[in-house]
Design a protein around this ligand. Structure first.
Ligand code: NAI
Length: 428
């Protein structure tokens, strides 16, 4: 382990040029982030995070960078690294690092050792708050820096897989500080997971391959929030969508939505494009590769790179080569070629041209992150160690800012209606 891993600028040949390009990307994104813009006013004026040190492991690209700057402008010292070795934009990382309250260790394409060294370097700042996408920072603090736990007021977790791991840790009695399940709140999950993952995964696959979805059999592994988005947007691009599931109600939902529902064993033989969104492992394995058609595309939109079993694929392959930037072709003994996009890592962030979710949805997700961090500082005594839902009033606060920015007016309950809804006494 090393807590001497250098910030990003020491890894770049031309840091000044990188900073300028990163800043340009951040400025573009910020124009479409009314929630972060509105929160910035009060964060700058009130300095709610003064004195806090925030350790972050997130996808370091332009939208995240605007959240990081918001937290720093709100008074915090922030140290950040990536939560995936392929999703960092070095120029954005460099632009962030130029902020006097921010140190960024995120570098694209690092090996496992450097990836974890950067994580240790972040924790060496002695955080009082952690912000994660996948829970790696919480895990590192608990396993290797337990002495920090007493001074940590809490954390916030961005994604389904991270929340899933945190709940497992909490159930084992191991989670020793409060963490908000940002992923699970409506303003995040109903937009980011559904629309964000749907749009950006399909757009990234299309741009990386220069191929169309129209008329193709697109197999979506998992019909959760992300799977629903991918299926809906693929159908909207005239694909024939096939869903695989292990949960009976989700399988039924997909069926009632009009999609074909099949076991992966059957879908494997008919799919042209496969997109996994389960948060689980080994969704596509050896027996599936053996029956797939020549030329299929394999992509993963789940958090970790374990949904498409690449070890199985490597074992079956007689040859392997880069077919396009971001596309690795595996040639089978019978001559079929199976194409893996972005090394089976979450495709919308790890492919070479990937930009992640659209800016608008990340504005919502990161608006929730920002108000959760503020809440941890302002009301830390209200939260015991464990996983916490985002308080509904915070979710509403962010929704209201967004609706106002979009110029969308909506109704409110009259006093009579409120009384009626709160009463059990009215009957027929
Ligand atoms: P979810 O829990 O709503 O959905 C997952 C679905 O997969 C469930 O319906 C589950 O029954 C199903 N499933 C589990 N194992 C399966 C298997 N072996 N075969 C078929 N289906 C299976 O979770 P959500 O929110 O859809 O997230 C899914 C994954 O995507 C997580 O890893 C999450 O962290 C990640 N994620 C990725 C994003 C991205 O930008 N690519 C954005 C948000 C989440």
């Amino acid at each position: 382990m090393s807590d001497h891993y250098s910030p990003v600028v020491e890894h770049l040949a031309e840091p000044e040029t990188a900073r300028e390009e990163g800043r340009r990307k951040m400025d573009w994104a910020l124009q479409h982030m009314p929630i972060l813009t509105e929160l910035r006013e009060s964060f700058v004026a009130d300095q709610p995070l003064a004195g806090e040190v925030i350790a972050m492991a997130m996808h370091v690209e332009a939208k995240t960078a605007n959240l990081v700057e918001l937290l720093a402008d709100g008074g915090a010292e922030v140290a950040i690294t990536g939560c995936n070795p392929l999703s960092t934009h070095d120029d954005v990382s460099a632009a962030l690092d130029a902020h006097e309250n921010i140190t960024s260790y995120a570098v694209r394409g690092v090996d496992d050792e450097d990836y974890y060294d950067a994580m240790h370097a972040v924790v060496a700042h002695d955080p009082t708050i952690t912000v994660d996408d996948g829970m790696d920072m919480v895990k590192l603090v608990h396993e290797e820096y337990p002495e920090l736990i007493d001074s940590i007021v809490g954390g916030a977790e961005e994604t389904t897989t991270g929340v899933h791991r945190l709940r497992a840790m909490d159930a084992d009695g191991e989670l020793q500080y409060p963490v908000f399940a940002v992923n699970d709140t409506p303003m995040k999950r109903l937009f980011d997971n559904i629309h964000g993952t749907g749009e950006s995964s399909l757009a990234t696959i299309a741009m990386t391959t220069n191929l169309s979805f129209a008329g193709k059999n697109v197999v979506v592994g998992g019909y959760g929030y992300c799977g629903k988005g991918v299926a809906k947007k693929a159908a909207g691009q005239n694909a024939n969508v096939i869903v695989t599931e292990v949960e009976p109600r989700r399988a039924l939902e997909a069926h009632m939505e009009g999609y074909d529902v099949l076991p992966m064993d059957e879908a494997a033989a008919t799919g042209d494009v496969f997109i996994t969104t389960t948060g689980n492992r080994d969704v596509i394995t050896k027996e599936h590769f053996e029956v797939m058609q020549d030329g299929v595309l394999l992509a993963n939109a789940g958090h970790f790179d374990v949904e498409v079993n690449l070890e199985d694929l490597e074992e079956l392959a007689v040859d392997q080569f880069e077919a396009r930037d971001g596309v690795e072709a595996y040639e089978m003994a019978d001559g079929r070629e199976l194409n893996v996009i972005a090394e089976g890592r979450l495709v919308n962030l790890a492919a070479p041209i990937a930009l992640g979710h659209p800016v608008e949805v990340m504005d919502q997700s990161f608006g929730i992150q920002a108000v959760c961090v503020r809440e941890l500082v302002e009301n830390s005594n209200d939260y015991a160690a464990g996983v916490h839902d985002v308080p509904d009033e915070l979710d509403r606060e962010v929704a209201e800012i967004k609706l106002a920015a979009e110029g969308v007016a909506y109704d409110s309950l009259s006093e009579t209606q409120r009384e009626y809804m709160d009463s059990w006494e009215h009957g027929t």
